[in-house]
Ligand binder design. Structure first.
Ligand code: ATP
Length: 362
């Protein structure tokens, strides 16, 4: 129905007085992709989105939408539409007029704009509510109206700032599926800001992990999960243990790392030099209880905590200079040889489950 545009962010910064909210980030979002900007509060994701939308000026760098440099264009001339966290519907007019509002601003005749609004309401399954006022709708319904209102301008890219954060957990999951369906149906580029890893994993085909105004990693969710680029990404995505230490041996295929007053661990990938301080990551779900059959791929420690999670059991073990190392094992594996808090336990993992994390250069 609409055409999708690629978004090219080239060395874009945002400075507010003494605060640099975004530090010279560069990112290419392919046309028609579902991109999630993910990161903790204050990392600069909303500022980045607002700069794409044109609601925030760009301190330096350029943004292109398709072949057009939009850096200095007003929001309405960029080919983007934005859906805000608070849906900001007009309370005194009905749903149809709310959706038709931007067409009214453009001088489109009443019948034509109401017909187009109804078409958009059908797209989000809200046509039965066309004559209601916003106050007569639930939060989820208001959100659908806000979506229809953003889509009526036929944007090449839809920008969404925490669109699901006001919804209850049940509705959140339903609307998540709706957003994905809409994006697939329309085929346009979506850029969605969220602080939820789960939401980003469920929706995106490009996750951009931000921290302190910089991009730590931009990749497909599977790659972000399987090959986190930095210790920040590994910790933020969860499900990884991060071990810090100094390189004592390095080959082309990997390293050995000594933990201060602790053990030595091996990890694959990432060319590193002896003496460097680095982080390695071990996936929590790849750890098993039992002695390691290779040096550097396990340790023995004391069990600090055990949480039963139904299909799995989460164990926290400290030893070999490593604190609160997490292992998630299947319930069958755990109950075959159960351990208690305070017991000594050996943990082990495979060579491919321990990887070298990169550094954040710059
Ligand atoms: N108008 C402003 N004036 C000064 N500083 C600002 C302004 N807007 C944002 N900032 C600062 O810029 C940084 C990034 O803010 P931003 O809103 O982009 O973060 P965020 O990742 O979207 O956070 P949240 O999830 O809390 O919305 C923060 O340190 C914030 O305090």
């Amino acid at each position: 129905m609409s055409k999708a545009a690629a978004i090219d962010i080239a060395s874009v910064s945002k400075v507010y007085g003494a605060t640099t909210a975004v530090h010279a980030i560069s990112l290419k979002v392919p046309a028609g992709s579902y991109c999630c900007l993910l990161g903790p509060s204050g990392c600069g994701k909303s500022t980045t989105l607002r700069m794409i939308a044109g609601h925030e000026s760009i301190s330096s760098g350029d943004i292109r939408l398709g072949n057009t440099v939009v850096t200095d264009l007003p929001p309405a001339r960029r080919g983007t539409a934005m859906m805000f966290q608070s849906y900001a519907l007009f309370p005194h007019i009905d749903v149809t007029d709310n959706v038709a509002f931007s067409l009214k601003m453009k001088g489109v005749a009443k019948d034509e704009r109401r017909a187009k609004a109804l078409e958009m309401l059908k797209l989000v399954q809200m046509d039965p509510y066309a004559t209601r006022r916003p106050a007569q709708l639930s939060g989820g319904q208001q959100q659908r109206v806000a979506l229809a209102r953003a889509l009526i301008t036929d944007p090449e890219a839809l920008l969404l700032d925490e669109p699901l954060s006001a919804l209850d957990p049940f509705l959140k999951i339903r609307m998540r599926a709706e957003l994905k369906r809409l994006q697939t149906t329309l085929g346009i580029t979506f850029v969605h800001v969220t602080h939820s890893q789960e939401e980003a994993m469920a929706l995106a085909d490009l996750i951009v992990v931000m921290n302190d105004g910089r991009i730590e990693q931009a990749a497909h969710p599977r790659e972000v999960f399987e090959r986190p680029a930095t210790a920040f990404v590994a910790r933020f995505m969860g499900d990884h243990n991060v071990i810090s230490g100094r390189v004592t041996a390095a080959t082309e295929s990997g390293v050995t790392v000594a933990v201060p007053s602790g053990g030595e661990f091996t990890a694959t990938g990432g060319v590193r030099e002896v003496g460097e301080s680095i982080d390695i990551a071990v996936r929590t779900d790849k750890v098993r209880i039992g002695a390691s059959d290779a040096p550097g791929l396990g340790f023995t420690g004391i069990v600090d905590n055990i949480e039963y999670r139904g299909a799995s059991v989460k164990l926290t073990v400290s030893g070999a200079g490593v604190q609160d190392f997490t292992a998630i094992v299947s319930d069958a594996a755990f109950f075959a040889a159960p351990v208690k808090v305070g017991d000594a336990a050996s943990l082990a993992w495979g060579p491919e489950d321990s990887i070298v994390l990169g550094r954040l250069d710059s």
